[in-house]
Write a protein that binds this ligand. Structure first.
Ligand code: BV8
Ligand code: ZN
Length: 248
């Protein structure tokens, strides 16, 4: 990455007052949470995440799918937010700037770093709910095994995430659209930009003439339209982007 890219990105940041930070699995990678593209490891090595993260996968083996999410929830609880999460939270505390986090991630690392998350587009590992009566259950049950029954109707709890083929939560989608309407900058961190309809949001931002800064060590679908790409990991690029010029 050239220092020119960092200067360009810093100019864009300094000029912005309403920023949307749009994040994907790469945001949590350096906290030790594998991205969706990473091959599943250990006991999950022989499973396809696209199958596990689908209604069909759930229907065919709810115990297996529940165990995968319980394992992921346990893993998230055992790691910490990284320097990238902390940089986003610090940006949100700056005077004169409104920062809205819109994440595709189902972990709570942005919240634990101190950010307020405007939208969890794909739900949360920590919001299990009854698959029949819809009653939301305590986040403590997210990692409970075996799969807990609904205390209200006795049916089974399901993970509170959005599976492939399922619609995104309308409230989260509306909140994401609302913050996009006011944005004068989007920072996209750690996403391939190929999962829809979430991937529409950076595209719409660009189409509206709002600058897009991408943070990703690899090119992605976002790279094709981003104003500038900071080619490196989130824990390095975000602190560099936010560093006050007189301090760098
Ligand atoms: C919908 C929750 C319609 C679950 C997720 C055929 C049938 C059905 C649907 C479709 C179909 N074909 C297409 C679709 C639409 C489908 C879709 O987009 N599929 C893709 C694969 C083509 N979308 C859907 O199904 C959506 N629903 O369309 O519903 C509908 C409407 C009305 C009524 C009924 C139905 C639902 C999509 C949501 C799926 N759920 N997550 C779970 O987590 O288990 S998506 C899941 O995958 C993640 O949440 C994440 O969003 C996504 C993976 O994308 P990324 O976040 O980008 O992560 P990835 O691993 O791909 O990449 C990591 C990136 O980070 C890389 O670029 C890497 O370079 C970078 N990186 C790595 N390290 C770092 C880094 N960056 C910075 N720093 C680092 N250190
Ligand atoms: Zn129930």
């Amino acid at each position: 990455m050239s220092t020119g890219d960092l200067d360009t990105a810093r100019d864009l940041l300094e000029a912005a007052s309403s920023i949307v930070v749009f994040t994907g699995a790469g945001m949590s990678a350096e906290s030790g949470i594998p991205t969706f593209r990473d091959a599943l490891t250990g006991i999950w090595a022989n499973h396809d995440p696209m199958t596990l993260a689908s209604p069909e996968g759930w229907a065919s083996d709810p115990d297996l799918v529940w165990a995968w999410y319980a394992d992921r929830a346990t893993r998230v609880r055992s790691v910490a937010p990284n320097a990238g999460h902390l940089a986003v939270a610090e940006l949100g505390r700056r005077r004169g700037v409104t920062v809205s986090v819109v994440t595709q991630n189902v972990d709570d690392l942005h919240e634990r770093a101190g950010s307020v998350v405007a939208s969890h587009l794909h739900g949360s590992l920590f919001a299990p709910r009854c698959q029949d009566c819809g009653r939301p259950e305590s986040s403590d049950l997210a990692a409970a095994t075996p799969r807990p029954a609904c205390p209200l109707c006795g049916s089974t709890l399901r993970p509170g995430v959005v599976w492939f083929g399922e619609p995104l939560p309308s409230d989260d989608w509306r909140r994401a659209e609302n913050v996009l309407d006011d944005a004068d900058l989007m920072i996209v961190v750690g996403t391939t930009g190929v999962v829809y309809p979430a991937a529409e949001l950076p595209e719409r931002t660009c189409a509206a003439g709002v600058p897009v800064i991408e943070v990703n060590p690899e090119p992605s679908a976002v790279t094709t339209f981003a104003t500038v790409r900071l080619a490196g990991p989130a824990t390095q690029m975000l602190p560099d982007l936010l560093a006050r010029r007189d301090q760098s």
